[in-house]
Design a protein around this ligand. Structure first.
Ligand SMILES: [Ca+2]
Length: 274
């Protein structure tokens, strides 16, 4: 074998190895799973070592908003992608978790449709949250198992009326823990416990049992159509709370509804009649 033939054989072997490697690599590339998604380009950055785009996509049944980062290897592709636009994209994931962009196609219309849908979902979720918040304002009050000992309390007001429509009157009683002195004057502290009870011989409901700081409680009873209402107003320098208690004949309970009780309240002025 001449030297020339040897060189040709070695060259053929080297070529064979290189082409085999290329074929194998292509096969490997073909095996890579291509993912398809669409979304809004939120960011385009070259700050890191690799140019990448951050895409906001909508995924899953719940249409959750997600962000994915895609490395853009192709220079022309990088130049053509615009921030703030919607694209259809295909990408693959490397074993190290990096996602690499393959194709990107502008798709404004579809993007907008998807995002509008997601916004509607968001609003629906907000509505549900509001509904739950509304529900929180309703509390059912059932008869107490033990009767409250009122012997040490000061009765401030009492009114008898037939709330449940059984022909017998119930008593609505307002108490405070502050005590009267020998002259009948109440020794108000900065704060004290207040109670509002509804009771007949057998049953007692505690509508109000709270410590009231620098404030008072008033109550009203009224009817509206077939409903019986007891309204309470708690006022003070940082509270102005209006509650409505309606009697539910079927369940034998009161339903308390908080009508007005703003947060972080600072009362600036309250009128008075002189
Ligand atoms: Ca009654």
């Amino acid at each position: 074998m001449t030297k020339k033939v040897k060189v040709i054989i070695i060259a053929i072997i080297v070529l064979f190895i290189i082409s085999s490697f290329c074929i194998l690599r292509n096969t490997d590339n073909n095996k890579r799973e291509t993912n398809i998604t669409s979304g809004l380009v939120l960011e385009k950055t070259e700050n890191g070592k690799k140019p990448l785009i951050v895409l906001q996509t909508i995924e899953g049944e719940k249409d959750a908003l997600k962000k994915i980062s895609l490395i853009v290897d192709d220079k022309n592709q990088w130049n053509s992608i615009e921030k703030g636009k919607y694209y259809y994209v295909t990408f693959y994931e490397k074993t190290n978790g990096e996602k690499v962009l393959q194709e990107a196609q502008l798709n404004e219309m579809l993007g907008k449709m998807i995002y509008e849908k997601a916004l509607v979902k968001d609003e629906e979720n907000e509505d549900k949250a509001q509904e739950n918040e509304e529900k929180k304002k309703y509390v059912a009050i059932y008869p107490s198992t033990d009767k409250l000992d009122t012997s040490e309390l000061t009765e401030l007001d009492k009114f008898n009326t037939d709330i449940d429509g059984d022909g017998k009157e119930e008593a609505i009683d307002l108490y405070t823990a502050a005590q009267r002195d020998s002259k009948g004057e109440i020794g108000w502290d900065d704060g004290q416990k207040w109670f509002l009870l509804v009771r007949d011989e057998d049953t007692e409901y505690v509508l109000f049992d709270e410590y009231v700081q620098l404030g008072t409680i008033k109550f009203w009873t009224c009817t509206s159509k077939d409903e019986y209402h007891i309204l309470t107003l708690q006022d003070g320098s940082s509270v102005f709370k209006l509650c409505d208690y309606t009697y539910d004949k079927e369940k034998g309970s009161f339903i308390k509804k908080e009508i007005f009780n703003p947060e972080f309240l600072n009362v600036i002025y309250g009128s008075f009649i002189s």
